[in-house]
Design a binder for this molecule. Structure first.
Ligand code: BF8
Length: 647
């Protein structure tokens, strides 16, 4: 059942063990449940917005097919697409809201355990938000920032404040098209309204609102999550760590933290290091307490603490199958219900912690942010108490790999520019002189419809061999870390000569792990810094950059893709394309968007072809910039610099 479903031999062995134990995993379910060709867009679209349907619109050559209400294939494809954007935006932004609320409460001194750890970043964010800082205490600035952040969710009019971080020309495009988000919640609600039965039935108009919603994610909810987490928990700097299920420790209590919001997981990491907890573990026969992560929670605690990563999305059930996990602690997003059934076959406690995300059969210990460390201690104690209940069938893979993570845009600035002249100038110079051909953000999920991690790895290998610097987040970053691409030594081994030369000079890997999926907002800021630094055009759409989500599965990926496209980035997805049943609507996203935003979508499941499309796009941008000849440089004149400085 599981043959060739994963790049990893150790995962393959665990799948076989699961099979022998009668445990069903996501790989088995994907094999037994065929994709619905209507739902996947492969041969039609489905509308279930009302009880006159569901209407399955299977396009027949020469025959106009419409729903019972008369809705066209294009309208239905656009509605479904917009609702995916709304779902993804809601997820990232509800995460950002939780962080904003805790941030404000911490700033006011209303909750213990959280404090302002990165004052420089606080002042930078205050500057962007227009919060005065001169002569004010850290507390006052933090309260003002927190209030403005919380206000961004319920704002009814005006513009989201982080929009002003984008290049001036990008802001002008958004204003001209009427897609500047007003308030984060408002855009999600309006998209849900406009896509319900009998409202917006013009696919272009629906998609403008989808774009406004997506921008409310990338330049709103996700960006707020990233920036406020950095202030509370520290802006990441490069940190060494390890990845794969081999990070589980046979002789220690293993607590796997999984989900997305770092508010509780930060506290669990802290609680597990307390001497009383370690002593408790030792009193029960364990050598200590080992915390590791799955999915984006893993990335959050990796980039700030070097906490090992057990695995990415498709490894969550396999982690429990090792028999070595005392507790898997989950919060929100990308947590499979199937975990509950797998946990029942072992001594593992599956612990849900968010009132927004309970699972039948799991233990619920509600996270109380007003006494977060107590919640964390209760969870750690429970896990420790589970250690003696192990059933003796522990099968931890030996394989684990070194990685370096924590490449925030501030770090890239510092590492490439140096402490005395931190800037993006050296990066831009190396792109202009051709050592670095361009930059690709390779992000997103795993999907059992394609071999686990294989598409990520083949795409990234091809890109770095062709001197494309790769920046990663989410499960994509974990996939490539397992392949050894995220250590500095990978430059010599895998990168083309120009990219390797730059990486070795600076001491960075050719693939930069930048964090969790909300941290795609770091990539937006890095692109903006490249524009503002000069020499590579006047807008993000001029840059030789591209984005990809080769194994996407989540609505969140569609929201991310749409905000990258609307920010001017060519973005390629793998697996399959959800609007494929409507050629006209798909053309609008794949071609029509370029005329609107300078960015566009594409879908290409084959990693070699995906790499070729990205490299072609990058070369096209280099030609347009006049830098597609090694060493030839289009100088950025003072008039251009002055114009950008006003941006
Ligand atoms: O937000 S990459 S599978 S874990 S959705 Fe989920 Fe996809 Fe992983 Fe993080 Ni992002």
């Amino acid at each position: 059942m599981a043959e060739a479903r994963t790049a990893s031999a150790s995962d393959q062995r665990l799948l076989e063990i699961a099979g022998e134990m009668g445990i069903t995993t996501v790989f088995d379910r994907a094999a037994s449940m065929k994709e619905c060709p209507i739902g996947s867009g492969a041969s039609g679209v489905c509308c279930k917005m009302c009880a006159m349907g569901p209407c399955r619109l299977v396009t027949r050559r020469g025959q106009k097919v419409v729903g019972v209400c008369g809705a066209s294939v294009e309208t239905i494809a656009a509605r479904n697409f917009a609702r995916m954007v709304a779902g993804g935006t809601a997820a990232h932004s509800d995460h950002g809201r939780e962080v904003s609320n805790v941030f404000l409460a911490a700033a006011k001194g209303e909750i213990a355990g959280y404090e302002i750890r990165d004052e420089a970043k606080l002042r930078m964010v205050a500057g962007v938000l227009g919060v005065p800082t001169d002569g004010r205490s850290t507390r006052d600035i933090a309260i003002a920032v927190g209030e403005m952040a919380v206000g961004e969710y319920g704002k009814q009019a005006g513009e989201l404040l982080f929009i002003r971080r984008a290049p001036q020309r990008r802001q002008e495009i958004w204003r001209r098209l009427g897609v500047v988000p007003r308030g984060i919640d408002r855009e999600v609600v309006e998209t849900m309204h406009r896509t319900t039965m009998g409202v917006d039935q013009d696919y272009e108009n629906i998609t403008f609102q989808a774009t406004r919603t997506a921008l409310a994610d990338g330049w709103g909810g996700s960006m707020l999550a990233t920036e406020l987490q950095d202030i509370l928990f520290r802006t990441p700097v490069p940190v060494r760590g390890q990845v794969n299920l081999g990070v589980l420790e046979e002789k220690q209590v293993n607590i796997v933290i999984h989900g997305h919001e770092p508010l509780l997981s930060e506290m669990i990491v802290r609680a597990a290091r307390e001497p009383e907890m370690v002593a408790l573990a030792k009193s029960l026969g364990a050598e200590g307490i080992n915390i590791s992560g799955i999915c984006c929670t893993a990335n959050e605690v990796l980039v700030r603490h070097g906490v090992p990563v057990a695995g990415n999305f498709l490894q969550q059930e396999l982690a429990i199958t090792t028999g070595a996990v005392e507790a898997m602690v989950v919060d929100v997003q990308c947590v499979m219900q199937g975990l509950a059934d797998v946990a029942q076959c072992f001594h593992t406690d599956l612990i849900t912690t968010s009132p927004r995300a309970k699972i039948a059969g799991a233990t619920h210990i509600q996270f109380n942010e007003h006494d977060a460390i107590s919640t964390a201690r209760e969870i750690v104690k429970r896990a420790v108490g589970n250690f003696p209940k192990r059933k003796g069938n522990v099968q931890i893979p030996k394989e684990k790999y070194d990685l370096v993570a924590g490449f925030s845009h501030e770090t890239i600035n510092y590492m490439l520019g140096g402490s005395f002249r931190a800037s993006y100038t050296p990066l831009n110079d190396n792109i202009i002189n051709g050592r670095i051909r361009g930059i690709a953000g390779v992000v997103g999920c795993n999907n059992p419809r394609v071999p686990h991690d294989v598409v990520h790895n083949e795409l990234v290998k091809e890109l770095i061999a062709n001197n494309v610097l790769v920046v990663q987040t989410g499960c994509a970053a974990i996939a490539c870390a397992k392949s050894g691409f995220t250590v500095p030594e990978a430059a010599r081994k895998y990168a083309g000569a120009g990219l390797a030369e730059v990486c070795e000079a600076v001491g960075i890997p050719p693939v930069l792990h930048s964090g969790a999926c909300v941290d795609n907002s770091r990539i937006l800021i890095a692109c903006t810094e490249m524009v503002k630094t000069g020499g590579l055009g006047n807008d993000i759409s001029d840059l030789p950059v591209a984005g990809a989500a080769p194994e996407w599965m989540s609505e969140k990926a569609i929201a991310i893709g749409q905000y990258f496209v609307a920010s001017g980035v060519f973005t390629v997805f793998g697996v399959h394309w959800p609007t494929a049943a409507s050629q006209e609507y798909t053309d609008y996203l794949f071609k029509g968007h370029e005329g609107l935003y300078g960015g566009k979508w594409a879908c290409e499941p084959d990693p070699a072809k995906m790499a070729a499309a990205i490299i072609d796009h990058i070369d096209g941008k280099r030609t347009a910039l006049g830098i597609n000849v090694k060493k030839e440089r289009k100088l950025f004149d003072m008039a251009d610099r002055r114009e950008l400085a006003t941006g």
